[in-house]
Design a protein around this ligand. Structure first.
Ligand code: BG6
Length: 285
């Protein structure tokens, strides 16, 4: 039980659960419940701080994807939060175990500061309970001018088989399909995967519980607060082949990204204001 810190990582233990966090990107690398790993991490994920981690829970901020125009246009895909080292603020609660990390402009590279000069504070709170992991992002604007941002928890779930995975609870909502480059209304049926999938489901009510099933059994459910968008991503064969840090190459068969966030349009944050979004991942063993 408790928190262990090394130069590069933080390990949280609570009852029979454990979480490993890389300070680089405050990236959750592993979440084990009763010894069972819940997250997918590439065997070739780069953990030395030279590249965002392929797997676990990378954090997307302040832009989702690659902006071609506007204040985020100079930033790399998915922004800078996953590419910088966060500060461990420490443990703030014992049971369930809660720790916080922070990122602010003075921790950014000069390049990132130049690309996105807004003043901000991010506080990332992780709460580990016996069968759940809560990830919460608070965005504060201590500056003099408003800024817009996206936030997303880019969670890679480990699954028994892509052939039997279903994502339930998204609802009959607008979809932006990045593979077919089209927009349509979802039919509300559980989502299955049999080719590359890269879709943003938007306007999902907080009351919709998202479930990841293996056949008919719920493996994980996700509750959200203030996170109306859910991205479902599986790179399938060709995309996985093209990603140098994606390994094994057939790893797409045992992973699915179900990413909760606020990405369809930027959240506008006025000076002195703050915003909080949260997901609770619950494992059903
Ligand atoms: C998803 C996007 O969130 O992240 C995909 O919808 C993207 O389009 C994927 O390919 C992985 O992105 P990256 O930058 O980590 O390779």
């Amino acid at each position: 039980m408790g928190v262990k810190e090394t130069e590069s990582e933080v390990t949280l233990s609570f009852k029979e659960s454990e979480v490993r966090v890389l300070k680089f990107g405050a990236t959750v690398l592993s979440w084990k419940v009763k010894g069972q790993e819940q997250l997918w991490l590439s065997d070739k994920a780069i953990l030395d701080g030279s590249k965002a981690v392929r797997g676990g829970i990378p954090l997307v901020f302040p832009v989702f994807g690659k902006a071609t125009e506007g204040p985020c246009a100079k930033l790399p895909q998915h922004g800078f939060a996953r590419n910088h080292s966060w500060e461990l603020l420490g443990q703030v609660q014992e049971s369930p175990l809660k720790v916080q990390f922070a990122l602010s402009p003075d921790q950014l590279s000069q390049e990132a500061r130049d690309q996105w000069p807004s003043d901000f504070t991010l506080i990332y709170t992780l709460t580990l309970d016996s069968d759940s992991l809560t990830t919460e992002m608070s965005v504060e604007n201590p500056g003099q001018s408003a800024f817009g941002f996206n936030v997303l928890f880019h969670t890679y779930f480990r699954i028994p088989s892509v052939d039997s995975v279903k994502v339930n609870g998204l609802g009959k909502v607008p979809v932006h399909d990045k593979v077919s480059v089209s927009k349509y209304q979802a039919d509300g049926e559980p989502v299955t995967i049999s080719s590359e999938v890269d879709r943003v489901y938007s306007e999902i009510a907080d009351s919709n519980k998202i479930e990841i099933l293996n056949g008919d059994k719920v493996d994980v459910d996700i509750e959200r607060t203030n996170l109306p968008d859910v991205v479902v991503w599986n790179p399938w064969i060709e995309k996985a082949n093209g990603l140098g840090d994606f390994y094994p190459k057939d790893g797409y068969k045992t992973m699915i990204c179900v990413e909760t966030g606020s990405v369809s349009s930027p959240v506008n944050l006025e000076p002195g204001s703050s915003w909080v979004g949260r997901q609770v991942l619950k494992a059903h063993l």
